[in-house]
Design a protein around this ligand. Structure first.
Ligand code: ZN
Length: 166
């Protein structure tokens, strides 16, 4: 059974709290990161996951290592207390879905390039640039931390059941 909560769960509508920097290495947060990675790995089509999606209202999201390298995926990338430092003015309509909004898809306008600053699982600050899919992921996950779901801003919403995708 997946621990990923679905769209009517109120935790998805909260503004998530920043993680106190000194507690990043505490067992509670480290355990949460492991649970998030396990939950994400269990979803064949999953590319990223935000803490509110497993019922924890913290400003954390992870990106699957397979986005970085599909052949030899590194460990999932961890973004704690992320901030968008730069976003391109150029936007594009992108097809989007969400592990908390099964099985709905739609089009969302997203900046095509985004720079995020965050802390990793050891509490070290870093900056990550993303374009295309990664830029889209950054914006989708940041929305989760502010209580927004992609269906709030999407056009052309449609339901595509997994059995329809062959
Ligand atoms: Zn989502």
């Amino acid at each position: 059974m997946s621990i990923i909560v679905q769209k009517d769960d109120q935790v998805l509508r909260l503004t998530a709290k920043p993680v106190p920097l000194e507690s990043i290495t505490f067992p509670e947060i480290q355990k949460l990161l492991r649970e998030m990675s396990q939950a994400l790995a269990a979803e064949a089509d999953g590319v990223a996951l935000a803490a509110p999606q497993v019922g924890k209202s913290w400003r954390i999201f992870i990106v699957s290592g397979k986005i970085i390298d599909e052949e030899k995926p590194p460990a999932d990338l961890v973004f704690i207390n992320p901030k968008i430092k730069k976003a391109s003015r150029v936007k594009a309509e992108m097809e989007e879905g969400c592990l908390s909004v099964r099985w709905i898809y739609g089009h969302v306008k997203r900046a095509t390039r985004v720079t995020v600053e965050a802390y990793d699982e050891s509490g070290k600050k870093f900056t990550h640039h993303g374009s295309g899919l990664l830029a889209q992921i950054f914006q989708h996950e940041m929305d989760h931390l502010d209580g927004t779901l992609f269906i709030d801003k999407a056009d052309n919403l449609q339901e595509i059941k997994p059995e329809d995708i062959q």
